[in-house]
Ligand binder design. Structure first.
Ligand code: IPE
Ligand code: IPE
Ligand code: MG
Length: 250
């Protein structure tokens, strides 16, 4: 038993944490505020959790900030979010650099207004030399968009004779996704309590551990983030095998 406890304590922090940052609107509504006030408060949570992830030694933090489907929200909310996200990332850039954290984006950013896109590009360039935590913001992102694009690309390469269809493996697919450079998430966190994945990293979360909390994103604290990490470290990941295969000492 002592060995088992030791073993659990020795499990490493997840290398890649992905977060569905949900509940901003409900947070605001409960306070009689506009939904956009929830998004503004959500930015402070992004700052807090990015800092915590960097301090804990997480290597990749992927944050679902805006989905392909979110473009269909009322125009006023979309405009407020574009403005907020690009300004917030610009404002956070010095603190990212101070933490040696690099900013990257996955998603269909060509749909973004030019001015917001320009700010985003500047932040990406300004942090490109950083070698600590990689913060991947999923923006105008959806997994079906990403997988569809990957299929089209693979089909083009096959048609051009550069890929042999018989040699396509799961790795070929992974290598054509927007996340090709990153390991799959070890831990997926969703705030706001809904038990769904909302078109986020469908391929990549095949074996991710899932942690759902009812806490709305603006209220998600460093302590609760640390508790989610601790919870992850206590789990046994079997990847389809048996417990004995994973841990022959048992
Ligand atoms: C998540 O909060 C942020 C975005 C989707 C941009 P929501 O705005 O979805 O908040 P709820 O789910 O309505 O509370
Ligand atoms: C998921 O939240 C997308 C983001 C957090 C950016 P949504 O609020 O858009 O998801 P649904 O509509 O509840 O599934
Ligand atoms: Mg939501």
């Amino acid at each position: 038993m002592a060995d088992l406890v030791n073993d659990i304590q020795l499990k490493p922090v997840p290398a890649h944490v992905a977060i569905i940052m949900d509940g901003n609107g409900r947070w605001a509504k409960e306070r009689g505020l506009e939904r956009s006030a929830g998004h503004v408060e959500g930015v402070t949570a992004v700052h807090r959790i990015t800092q915590a992830a960097s301090d804990m030694g997480v290597r990749y933090l992927t944050l679902y900030a805006f989905s392909t489907e979110n473009w269909n929200r009322p125009q006023s909310e979309v405009d407020a979010l574009m403005h907020l996200i690009s300004f917030a990332l610009e404002r956070e850039t010095p603190s990212l650099i101070a933490n040696n954290a690099r900013l990257e984006i996955i998603g269909d950013i060509d749909r973004m207004p030019d001015e917001a896109r320009r700010r985003l590009d500047n932040s990406i360039k300004a942090t490109a030399h950083c070698t600590g935590l990689t913060v991947v913001v999923a923006f105008s992102y959806s997994s079906r968009w990403e997988i569809t694009r990957a299929c089209a690309q693979i089909a083009r390469e096959a048609a051009a004779g550069r890929i042999d269809p018989d040699s396509i493996t799961a790795d070929t697919i992974s290598a054509h996704l927007a996340t090709a450079k990153y390991p799959d998430p070890d831990l997926l966190i969703r705030t706001g309590g809904d038990m769904r994945v909302s078109n986020f990293l469908l391929w990549q979360i095949a074996y991710s551990e899932i942690f759902v909390t009812p806490t709305y994103w603006p209220d998600f604290s460093t302590e609760e983030f640390a508790a989610a990490i601790d919870n992850f470290r206590g789990r046994e990941r079997r990847f389809g095998l048996t417990s004995e295969q994973i841990n022959p000492a048992l």
